[in-house]
Design a protein around this ligand. Structure first.
Ligand code: SF4
Length: 100
């Protein structure tokens, strides 16, 4: 009986070890994705911090800013190297840098 319990304990331990190892591998694989996501969010400024607006300020607009990254549709939202989130090509913020 004691031997049977010992084997069961060993099986549970081995199963537990395998499950734990699988979870650690999965967590290790996911960790860089989480870190990259947080790093990107942390490295970009919030729209509110730069007074972002979704319309131009005179002739100044995201589509002619050096930091703008166009989307797949030129009239659709793109991204910004400095500001987080979807960026309208017609938008503007207070760190606007005109293209040279
Ligand atoms: S820095 Fe400001 S103006 Fe320039 S693309 Fe980014 S959000 Fe638009």
């Amino acid at each position: 009986m004691a031997e049977h319990d010992s084997r069961n304990t060993q099986k549970i331990t081995r199963r537990h070890w395998l499950r734990s190892t699988a979870l650690m591998v999965a967590a290790g694989a996911a960790a860089p994705l989480v870190f990259v996501g947080n790093a990107e969010a942390a490295s970009k400024m919030a729209k509110t911090a730069v007074d972002y607006q979704d319309h131009p300020k005179g002739k100044e607009m995201c589509s002619n800013c050096r930091l703008y990254i166009p989307g797949s549709n030129p009239k659709g939202p793109g991204a910004c190297k400095a500001v987080a989130g979807a960026i309208s090509p017609d938008g503007w913020c207070n760190i606007y840098i005109p293209k040279a």
